[in-house]
Design a protein around this ligand. Structure first.
Ligand code: BJW
Ligand code: ZN
Length: 250
């Protein structure tokens, strides 16, 4: 997309954003890329080095819990020193004065660190652990977690409190996300390959409900053709450009 093209689209996007009072955003790994957190797919993606099915399934965890924990400890260590970038900050600013729900597939916690409060972490959090025996979850930010991490209540093996392939999303969070998306006026789809279900379906559900959807991504995705407006570029540049002149309140 050439510069003038992007400028025109940004202008249009700002006008639409100014009018919107009920807003949602769906974010993916791309928004944290500029903070130095690797994405999953693509050339620099995490799955280039590791096979998803070897690490991000419960079966993999049952087979090789130590290997899975090694991977999560490595990621916890990497994420612990990362900070929110201007993309996260712009979304936090957008929350002020609006009915704004931020739905994130990311487990890194960077939206919360940026000051967003109305956040639905639909794939869980890398900073939470859950007992495989009694099911209790708790926050735990220690890095690394000594292996094997055991539940203080029942001595069961702890797992990362994230959603692996083949697992259901938390029903309450999912219903709230879907409800906010379809009852909104505008939705931003930021930094996601729009490949992983059911999260990606939120963008299509929004369209079906007549919600205006803007996509922000340097690459095209399976959703791009459906989006009302595609702002092609990195979230750390586009989002601040969108929000700064829109102001934090409508
Ligand atoms: C930038 C940027 C910049 C770069 N600025 N942008 C066949 C068809 C359809 C579905 C399936 C199927 N086979 C299996 C399924 C189901 C499966 C699925 O969707 N698989 C697909 C891969 C095909 N889904 C599931 O299994 C889900 N559960 C389920 O279906 O349960 C059924 C069930 C129901 C009832 C009872 C029981 C079961 C669960 C999915 C869980 C996904 N989990 C992960 C791991 C989380 C934990 C962890 O982090 O360790 O979630 S996988 C991984 O993918 C992670 C992410 O949240 C998720 C999405 O990835 P994301 O965020 O889109 O990242 P990338 O890397 O893909 O893309 C980055 C994007 O950023 C790119 O577009 C870049 O261009 C862009 N970008 N720099 C803006 N600076
Ligand atoms: Zn327990």
């Amino acid at each position: 997309m050439c510069r003038t093209d992007l400028e025109t689209r940004l202008k249009e996007a700002r006008t639409l954003l100014k009018k919107a009072v009920r807003l949602t955003a769906l974010t993916g790994a791309g928004i944290s890329a500029e903070s130095g957190v690797p994405t999953f797919r693509g050339e620099q993606g995490l799955w280039k080095k590791y096979r998803a099915e070897e690490l991000a399934t419960y079966e993999a965890f049952l087979r090789q819990p130590e290997l899975v924990w090694e991977w999560y400890n490595w990621r916890r260590d990497l994420i612990a020193e990362k900070r929110p970038n201007p993309g996260h900050q712009a979304l936090a600013a957008l929350e002020k004065g609006r009915d704004f729900t931020l739905i994130t597939q990311n487990v890194d916690g960077l939206h919360l660190l940026a000051g967003s409060r109305n956040v639905l972490e639909i794939h869980g959090s890398i900073w939470r652990v859950r007992c495989t025996a009694c099911g209790r979850g708790r926050d735990d930010r220690s890095v690394p977690l000594p292996y094997p991490p055991l539940c203080p209540d029942c001595r069961g093996l702890l797992r990362p409190d994230v959603v692996w392939f083949g697992e259901a999303l938390d029903a309450g969070l999912w219903e709230k996300a879907l409800d906010k998306v379809v009852s909104g006026q505008l939705m931003l789809v930021v930094g996601t390959s729009a490949l992983v279900q059911p999260a990606a379906s939120l963008a299509w559900e929004a369209k079906r409900a007549g919600v205006l959807v803007m996509e922000i991504n340097p690459e095209r995705t399976p959703f791009s053709a459906e989006a009302d407006l595609v702002l092609s570029g990195s979230a750390g540049v586009i989002l601040p450009a969108l929000v700064s002149e829109t102001g934090s309140t409508p």
